[in-house]
Design a protein. Sequence first.
Length: 302
Amino acid sequence: MSPFLLLAVFLVALLNACAILYGGVYLWEARHDPLRMRIAELQERAGRPTRKEEDTWDTILGLTFGSIFGESWFGEKEMELMRAGIRRPGAVKVYGILTLCFMMMTAAGGYMVMGGSDFMTTAIAIVGGLVIGYFLPEQAIFSLRKRHRLNLLAALPDTTDLLSIVLGAGLSLDQAITRVCEELQYVYPELAEEFYLMTIEVQAGQDRGIAFQHMAKRTGLTEIRSLAGMIIQAERFGTGLAQSLRVFSDSLRVKRRLDIEAAIAKAAVKMIFPIVLFILPALFIIVIAPGVLSFLQNLKGI
């Protein structure tokens, strides 16, 4: 392989690493305070004259992911990033650029590893690098989405208990949700942020039922959808919401305990495969090997 080609591959890999680092920082900061970043972006837009410009990255993403997966890919990725706690407006674009850079890096790595082989092997290595570079960011977003979901589920019973207490003290529903968000923003920031965004929608004039539906769609949790339906029905029919919230939190705790018991019951079955593949062979070697060696020595002496 020529030194100029190696230098070009190294420069491409270095630029892609810088882009991946910047995109990772961008997406990670968007998880902490998306409301503050959105306000800062609106203020920045208001401070300069608006002009319509063609975005090169939008064109590149449309020609790559848009032509392969269709225009629905952008909406699906936006929903996945939203359910992972990343809600900055340009998050989909940054994620697409990040994925493209990672795909180029893995494809360059596959070419450098198999560059001395024949054409078919090199092509398979490059295509395999592209596939790996696409699915590794997908797996990272899946892990973030799973962790965000678990954090919301862990916070929901305590939040509903505190909400029922505040409602029993005489506050209205909007005031109770605001108070609960203030109390839980340091303990359960994920769920407090979801309730805070829902409160902002209601204050902006949105119907409370639609705001709760938006909250359930952002999180993708059936428990929050059930909570939203219960609150809407309680307001519509005038039933006591505090007692309903207590019953709902108790049912959540029972469901969580049943899920834990089911996971414990599955652990015994899951342990069969590592025991058979790793522990039993080593145990057989430790137990049987001395006898086999002694038998072979006796045969050699005979």
